[in-house]
Design a protein around this ligand. Structure first.
Ligand code: XMP
Length: 507
């Protein structure tokens, strides 16, 4: 597969460069600048990312540019400044602010990188340093009013660089520039598509796994479902899936999802472990303790089920690219490894090898692959749901009775979102059971019952989120239905906090 290598110097935008290149149907990989891969013949070019550091810092990233001049290179922001500084030019602290929108008032129309870029095109600057002077062979290809050396090409090489960020939305012709680089300059064929991914992955999995057995934990989420479908296509019934009912799922979710997995032909064992989870959670109120108890119980249950499958050699996981990048980034392994990958914590004695067919995909690509594999829209378009499930939406201790109440409330909320065509507009929604009671009046009776909060957010990746402006009429209808139908609840609130400073889940 033709590949573009992106060397990461720690910029917050590095993943975005990769996503834009993938959008152009060109395969690319991100690697830390200080741990670059061995280049295969398939590497067609290199992109040097931005960085939060200044090239003038003592410990600034210092990639080895052995490939410069041998293949096309595109330096972005820090990458552009580094190639100037390393080869005899000068980079200084900028006197004026070079942050935010700017317009190109000079564009070299002959430049291959800038083909199709409109006059005055808007670009996004984000740097405290600026290129003051450049080595002789560096030729300016674009400027803004305040930044003369906004972009350059090195003569005699296919090396280009720009101080602005083509990958961000505000750089209007940014995608055109990236396309010019990867397609025209590097010569990539744009044949990285979900179909080609499915085909090559299945072939690779067949070679790798041969007649071995694989066990995989399904969660009902998109990632594990797509991973299972791919593995199933490759090795058929040698894939053994385990889907655990932890008693913390949504109303009827276990039965429905299990049925749809079976409908897809997957060899899946449904395990009713509600009792184990409830007893592990008994009396626990601290959110972290609840999470830990759930994680440990999951491993115990999964382990016991997996041990029943004879001669299993591999553990399948739905790990996706952002998790991989996070754990090998410039800054080192992240401290916040997501707990839904808790199957990774399986006991050593199981000695299973790990197979992760989605390791190279971004979330939107996982969805496209899922669609190509025939995964139904109900599964593909599902809102994210946390591994610890309703346990982190019931504040305080967990009892089966509280779970049952919350399941009813949640089902009314979600069903109404679907009925009113709002479900797909919301990134994630759910209900929270609060550990308080409030006074109300029903008929002529005074009531003293539970309070629930509804939460609906807009987000791209869950890292930041804003609460959704759901119509008042909708909220009124849902609130009425909850209070009328769910015994034990007499008050409904709507959460209007954004993340940060709040989080999406309450615990
Ligand atoms: P927060 O609450 O951190 O949530 O804003 C961000 C996203 O992550 C989900 N989430 C989890 N997912 N295990 C998971 O699998 C967890 O322990 C967990 N905690 C939060 C949350 O639902 C949201 O989509």
């Amino acid at each position: 597969m033709e590949t573009i290598i992106i060397l990461d110097h720690g910029s917050q935008y590095t993943q975005l460069i990769a996503r834009k290149v993938r959008e152009l149907n060109v395969y690319c990989e991100i690697h830390p600048f200080n741990n670059p891969p061995k280049f295969s013949d398939e590497v067609k070019g290199v992109i040097l990312s931005g960085s939060p550091c200044s090239v003038r810092d003592e410990n600034a990233p210092n990639p080895d540019l052995w490939f410069k001049g041998k293949m096309p290179v595109l330096g972005v922001c820090y990458g552009a400044q580094y190639m100037v500084q390393a080869f005899g030019g000068s980079v200084v602290a900028s006197k004026i602010r070079e942050y935010g929108r700017a317009n190109l008032n000079f564009i070299d129309k002959e430049s291959k990188l800038l083909k199709g870029v409109g006059d005055n095109s808007q670009v996004w600057m984000s740097h405290g340093d600026t290129i003051e002077s450049m080595p002789e062979s560096y030729k300016v290809i674009c400027s803004t009013e305040s930044v003369k050396n906004a972009g350059y090409k090195i003569e005699g090489e296919e090396t280009y660089a720009i101080q602005f960020h083509p990958e961000v939305y505000h750089s209007t012709d940014g995608l055109t520039m990236l396309k010019n680089f990867v397609v025209d300059i590097c010569g990539c064929e744009q044949n990285w598509t979900e179909d080609s991914f499915v085909e090559t992955t299945i072939k690779d999995l067949k070679e790798k796994l041969q007649d071995d057995k694989v066990v995989l934990g399904l969660s009902g989420g998109v990632d594990s479902s797509v991973a299972a479908l791919l593995l199933h296509r490759a090795i058929g019934d040698n894939l053994n899936c385990i889907f655990v009912d932890n008693g913390l799922l949504r109303k009827n979710e276990f039965e429905e999802v299990l049925a749809s997995y079976k409908g897809m032909g997957l060899n899946v064992i449904g395990v009713d472990a509600k009792k184990e989870f409830y007893s592990a959670l008994e009396g626990l109120t601290d959110p972290e303790k609840k999470r830990k108890a759930i994680g440990k119980t999951f491993i115990d249950v999964f382990d016991a089920e997996a041990a029943k499958i004879k001669d299993v050699k591999w553990l399948g996981q739905g790990t996706i690219y952002p998790d991989v990048i996070e754990s090998c980034s410039v800054k080192g392994p992240s401290v916040t490894i997501k707990s839904h990958h808790n199957v990774g914590g399986l006991p050593d004695y199981m000695k299973l090898k790990i197979v992760e067919p989605l390791r190279s995909l971004f979330k939107d690509e996982v969805r496209r692959v899922g669609r190509a594999l025939g995964l139904k829209d109900e599964l593909l378009g599902r809102h994210p749901f946390p591994g610890p499930g309703l346990a982190i939406r019931i504040l305080g201790d967990i009892t089966p009775e509280k779970v049952a109440i919350l399941q009813e409330v949640d089902a009314i909320f979600i069903d109404n979102l679907k009925k009113d065509g709002l479900y797909n507009k919301v990134w994630q929604a759910g209900a929270v059971l609060l550990p308080i009671q409030s006074v109300g009046v029903m008929g002529d009776e005074r009531t003293y019952e539970r309070v629930v909060a509804l939460r609906a957010v807009e987000s791209v990746d869950g890292m930041t989120a804003d609460w959704c402006y759901l119509p008042y009429e909708f909220l009124a209808k849902v609130s009425n239905e909850i209070i009328n139908k769910v015994k034990g609840v007499n008050r409904v609130c709507y959460d209007i906090s954004s993340k940060p400073p709040a989080t999406i889940e309450w615990e």
